[in-house]
Write a protein that binds this ligand. Structure first.
Ligand code: CA
Length: 235
C-alpha cells in the first residue's frame, strides 16, 4: 500500500504556494494549501497533515502564533519559511519548537531535504535509525561511534576532546536538522549555562581542524549564520 504523506503549505503568496505544492506532488507527497493562519488551524484539525510548511508572514496573524498554537497540543513537524534577513525569526521559531526552516528563495533539493529530515525525525524514537541500530552515525568518511565516544575520519581517530565529542555527537543525533546555539549550549552544559556562543565557536574551530579537509569550507558540519549548526546527512 502506498501511503502518501500529507503536507499542509501555509503560504499567502500564490506563486510560492504553487511552487512548493508542485514539487511535493511530483515527489510522492500530497500537498494541501492554506492562505491564512485561521484557515491553517481549521485544516490542521480537519485533515491531520503529517507535516506543515509554515510561512512566517501571513495576512491575518503571525506565523509564530500558528506555531505556538500547534505546539500547545501537538508535536507535528513544522518547517518554517522566512526571508534571508530574518535570523531572529528563525531562532525564535526553532526555540518555539519548529523542526527546521527554509530561507526564501529556496530550491527544490533544499525543500525536499528539509521535508525528508523533519518527517524522518518524527518517525524514529532516537531521531536517527543508524545510531539506534548500530551505535554509529556515518556521513562520507566521517563516523561517530557513540559507544566508544570517538569520531573517526577515514578510519582514523580524530582525537576529539570530550566536549568536542559531545558537540559532534549531538549534531549527529539530529543530522540534517539545524540546532540553535542556545539549544546546543543547554544540551551540553545544562539549562543554567549562559548564552555564550564564544565557547561553541572555539570548540567548533577545533573540531573543524580535526575532521574537515578544509575547515574554511566544511563538508560535515555547516554553520547556519546567526542561527546555529547543522550536521550533513548520510546517504
Ligand atoms: Ca507571506
Amino acid at each position: 500500500m502506498n501511503i502518501r504523506e500529507k503536507i499542509l503549505i501555509v503560504e499567502d503568496e500564490a506563486r510560492i504556494a504553487r511552487f512548493i505544492s508542485t514539487i511535493l506532488n511530483n515527489n510522492g507527497y500530497e500537498a494541501i494549501q492554506a492562505r491564512t493562519g485561521q484557515e491553517a488551524m481549521s485544516i490542521i484539525s480537519s485533515h491531520c497533515p503529517d507535516l506543515i510548511i509554515l510561512d512566517l508572514g501571513l495576512p491575518d496573524m503571525d506565523g509564530l502564533s500558528v506555531l505556538k498554537e500547534v505546539r500547545a497540543w501537538s508535536s507535528l513537524p513544522v518547517v518554517v519559511v522566512s526571508a534571508r534577513t530574518h535570523e531572529k525569526d528563525k531562532v525564535e521559531a526553532l526555540d518555539l519548537g519548529a523542526d527546521d526552516y527554509l530561507t526564501k528563495p529556496f530550491g527544490t533539493d533544499e525543500l525536499l531535504a528539509r521535508v525528508r529530515t523533519a518527517i524522518r525525525h518524527t518517525r524514529t524514537i532516537f531521531g536517527n535509525d543508524e545510531i539506534a541500530q548500530r551505535g554509529t552515525y556515518t556521513v562520507g568518511e566521517l563516523t561517530i561511534d557513540y559507544n566508544k565516544h570517538q569520531v573517526l575520519v577515514g578510519g582514523e581517530n580524530a582525537k576529539l576532546t570530550l566536549s568536542e565529542f559531545r558537540l559532534v555527537a549531538l549534531l549527529g543525533k539530529y543530522a540534517g536538522k539545524v540546532l540553535t546555539y542556545d539549544y546546543i549550549i543547554k544540551e551540553l552544559w545544562g539549562p543554567r549555562a549562559g548564552a555564550n556562543n564564544q565557547i561553541l565557536r572555539v570548540n567548533m574551530a577545533n573540531i573543524r581542524r580535526k575532521i574537515e579537509k578544509n575547515p574554511a569550507e566544511p563538508q560535515y558540519i555547516f554553520t547556519e549564520v546567526g542561527v546555529g549548526y547543522r550536521m550533513a546527512e548520510g546517504d
